[in-house]
Write a protein that binds this ligand. Structure first.
Ligand code: HEC
Ligand code: HEC
Length: 299
């Protein structure tokens, strides 16, 4: 930087580098200054209009009353209103028609199935699995094997009333001993394998009669009408086909209570009613009935 200034009159600041590189003292361009001041005005405007300044345990709210979550809700409502308007006629039809009528209308049926997936995920998948494929101790819905029946009315009833499985421990009269329980367990497993007529299972077959299993499971392991009892002949296990598990079900039953408490070892089988649990339950129970009916192959 030179101390001598060879250009005293051009308005430079006296800072000179490399012989002739000078810093001039010009005013900033007008457009730049205006934007600069406009920036200040905007800061003041923003500070008054929007929530801005953090305080000890709150913040200045701004005169606009704007909040991020408020904006989100407004946008969401626009989307919801749009959707509602778009599908209003279909939703009205779902509300007005019975499940049987919905099933006859392919278009409406497809709509019910498509709009059930989220609902099923939120309210059913926790127990029945994401695709209705079941979970340990929770029945598969995506097959054609039903405890309570796969007709639309039966599925709908499951949702409206809930379902509670009931099987007494140690046979209908509770009078089977451990050896008999083992024998009848082997007979039940043989039933599922189609070998129940073998002489080896004659003792178990007699216990099946003594325990009055047929009252619920039918004379040959197939319930005469769906009323909650498992089909023992089809190799599809409600709980498990493991011999220990089969023995345990027969020994401790399902939902067996003593003095109001479930006894140790008893299987739990409890499906709550969804009449009060589901939002917009009237329509959504029909919707899910159509969905589950489709999952189960639709008989
Ligand atoms: C808390 C767990 C749970 C939830 C949540 C649940 N279920 Fe169930 N569901 C069960 C159990 C357990 C059974 C078997 C009841 C029995 O053993 O008799 C069952 C049975 C059923 C049945 C009868 C199955 C048959 O074989 O006859 C249907 C249909 C059904 N559930 C549909 C649904 C739908 C649809 C939802 C969602 C709205 C749902 N469930 C939510 C536990 C649940
Ligand atoms: C009062 C009716 C009733 C009687 C009597 C009864 N059961 Fe059951 N049983 C049921 C019901 C209901 C279920 C299904 C429980 C569920 O899934 O909620 C079941 C389930 C079973 C299962 C489990 C099947 C599977 O798929 O996992 C076996 C095994 C079984 N019963 C065997 C027997 C035997 C053997 C007897 C006679 C000693 C018997 N039951 C007597 C109602 C009965």
């Amino acid at each position: 930087m030179a101390h001598h200034n060879p250009w005293p009159d051009e308005g430079n600041t006296g800072h000179i580098w490399d012989e002739d590189l000078r810093e001039l003292d010009n005013p900033a361009p007008l457009w730049w200054m205006l934007s600069f001041y406009a920036g200040f005005v905007m800061i003041v405007f923003y500070a008054i209009y929007y929530p801005t300044i953090p305080l000890a345990d709150s913040y200045t709210k701004g005169v606009a009353g704007w909040t991020q979550v408020g904006e989100y809700h407004e946008d969401f409502k626009v989307l919801k209103d749009w959707r509602q308007a778009k599908f209003a006629d279909k939703e009205e039809k779902l509300a007005a028609l019975s499940v049987d009528e919905i099933l006859k209308d392919d278009d409406l049926k497809a709509y019910a199935v498509a709009t059930s997936k989220v609902l099923f995920g939120d309210y059913c998948a926790g127990c029945h699995g994401a695709g209705g494929q079941g979970n340990p101790n929770f029945p598969v819905l995506a097959d054609d094997d039903w405890l309570w029946g796969g007709k639309p009315a039966q599925i709908q009833a499951a949702l409206v009333n809930g379902r509670v499985g009931n099987m007494p421990a140690k046979g209908m009269m509770g009078n089977l001993n451990d050896q008999e329980i083992e024998q009848v367990a082997d007979y039940v497993i043989a039933l599922s394998e189609g070998k129940a007529d073998d002489a080896a299972y004659a003792a178990g077959k007699a216990v099946y009669a003594k325990g009055m299993c047929l009252a619920c499971h039918g004379p040959v392991g197939k319930p005469l009408a769906p009323a909650g009892a498992a089909n023992l002949t089809d190799g599809i296990w409600r709980f498990s086909g493991d011999r220990d598990d089969v023995v345990a079900v027969i020994k401790y039953g399902v939902n067996v209570k003593k003095a109001g408490e479930l006894i140790p070892g008893t299987k739990q089988a409890y499906m709550p009613s969804f009449k009060e649990r589901l939002p917009n339950a009237d329509v959504n129970i029909k919707r899910l009935t159509v969905y589950v009916h489709a999952l189960g192959g639709g008989q």
